[in-house]
Design a binder for this molecule. Structure first.
Ligand code: GAL
Length: 442
């Protein structure tokens, strides 16, 4: 099913062939110790596994807890140490991880996004290839080929994907839209701007809720996709891409306009605060990945216990219907993992059908494996599965969540957006983004 899209996927992500070919042709890169641990001692300690992620908050922690419980049942002699560090999209966790890896104090397994982000760890020689693990567990055939491309380098597979998330989702409050006299969710960026204006004019609600700075980065990728379309967006991440043209000018102008309707008060809250404002009827719209769905429908104390169709509804973010702006959480085997055998047991859990079917319905994502039990994915998630597996759906890789931009590019975009939040100057933003593309594309 998904395999049918392999042909077209290669230009759409970053960690796959495009980036790899560029590196191979450049010939400048010597990969230290990429052959499977090099001289590192390989621990056979299975007494424990320290699993590093950023899933601490309401919503995402529940999926992890479900998989952890199954892991403990399957591995009674192994203590699961949850080393999650708070901060949506890994804003804090990634910095801590970088310093642990630098100091050769890796956790036993850490969360990394498929694509360019993972490629950074691979190129730095920080993680082990997992080909024999895949062979031993019969896993190569249960993942879509184009996803394996995004976690592979020079023929070796480097992580275990647990899910597929969709970044370009618009969550909205039916009640607030009604109060504003808006019939349904906006289909284009232009309609979106008009609706935001209308919410502001007709209600006292927040038109578009936003949280910490990274949620503006997240919004930016959806606006770029909405204005440029999948092909135009995908082209931005290729080496030599020009960010200084009129289409990007238009998209950044729209981004600047949309930002006028966001709530300044919410800037100190993370994504949960911003998404919650919609289901509480305090804001009309929020653009957030589908982890918001897990949070909305999850039961208390972490989840909000809200009802799809009544308390909230969803649509693809304006102008992006038919394109899956995707990302995938995967787990790795760091070189020098102190409890390597424990880590392999964890990777087995994360790669299993059972583990993924326990994790994803709570997390608000669909399984990375192709053989999941479809009946478990209801409401929004049945739509997500249908979209992901529909051969006519276009794919685009998330910038903010690691698919198309490496860690340095990601940081430079964040810096540009941070400056824009102060200056509100879209021309300066474009110049900074064009410079980042020139400096960071590989
Ligand atoms: C993404 C991650 C998701 C979710 C989200 C918000 O980067 O892939 O699983 O955790 O951040 O924290």
């Amino acid at each position: 099913m998904l395999g049918s899209r392999v042909r077209t996927h290669r230009v759409r992500g970053r960690g796959g062939l495009t980036a790899m070919t560029a590196v191979a042709l450049g010939g400048a890169l010597v990969l230290a110790g990429c052959g499977g641990g090099g001289g590192d001692k390989k621990s056979s300690d299975k007494s424990k596994v320290e699993v590093f992620s950023w899933w601490t908050g309401p919503g995402e922690a529940d999926g992890l807890a479900a998989m952890k419980a199954d892991f403990e049942k399957n591995n009674p002699g192994t203590t699961f140490e949850n080393a999650a560090i708070a901060g949506g999209s890994g804003t804090q966790a990634k910095a801590v991880l970088a310093s642990r890896l630098q100091n050769r104090k890796p956790p036993d397994s850490f969360q990394g996004h498929a694509g360019a982000e993972l490629l950074d760890y691979i190129k730095a020689g920080q993680i082990e290839p997992l080909n024999s693990f895949y062979d031993d567990n019969g896993m190569t055939k249960v993942y879509p080929k184009q996803l394996l491309d995004q976690i592979s380098y020079q023929g070796k597979i480097y992580s275990v994907p647990v899910n597929i998330h969709r970044s370009n989702m618009l969550w909205y409050s039916p009640a607030v839209l009604k109060a504003a006299g808006i019939a349904g969710p906006p289909k284009t960026v232009a309609e979106f701007v008009a609706d935001l204006k209308q919410v502001q004019a007709k209600t006292k609600k927040v038109p578009l809720s936003l949280g910490a700075q990274w949620t503006a980065d997240h919004l930016l990728e959806s606006v770029l996709l909405g204005d440029l379309g999948a092909d135009g967006y995908n082209a931005l991440w290729k080496p030599g891409a020009d960010w200084s043209g009129p289409q990007v000018t238009k998209a950044l102008g729209d981004f600047a306009e949309i930002m006028k309707y966001t709530s300044v008060e919410a800037a100190s809250t993370d994504w949960q605060g911003a998404s919650k404002a919609v289901v509480d009827g305090k804001a009309a719209f929020n653009i957030m990945g589908d982890w918001a769905y897990g949070y909305f429908i999850g039961s208390a104390p972490n989840g909000l216990g809200k009802k799809l169709g009544t308390d909230f509804n969803y649509a693809a973010s304006p102008g992006t219907d038919g394109t899956y702006l995707w990302l995938s959480d995967s787990f790795t085997l760091p070189k020098g993992a102190p409890h390597r055998a424990g880590a392999l047991a964890w990777l087995k859990e994360a790669g299993s059908k059972q583990g993924q079917d326990l994790f994803n319905p709570k997390k608000g994502s669909i399984p990375a494996r192709t053989d999941a039990d479809k009946s478990l994915y209801t409401g929004y998630l049945s739509y997500a599965l249908q979209q992901w597996t529909n051969p006519s759906t276009k794919l685009a890789g998330s910038m903010w969540h690691g698919v198309v931009a490496n860690n340095k590019w990601h940081t430079d975009i964040d810096t540009a957006v941070g400056l824009f939040l102060q200056s509100k100057d879209a021309a300066k933003l474009q110049k900074a983004l064009a410079d980042a593309a020139k400096n960071d594309a590989q």
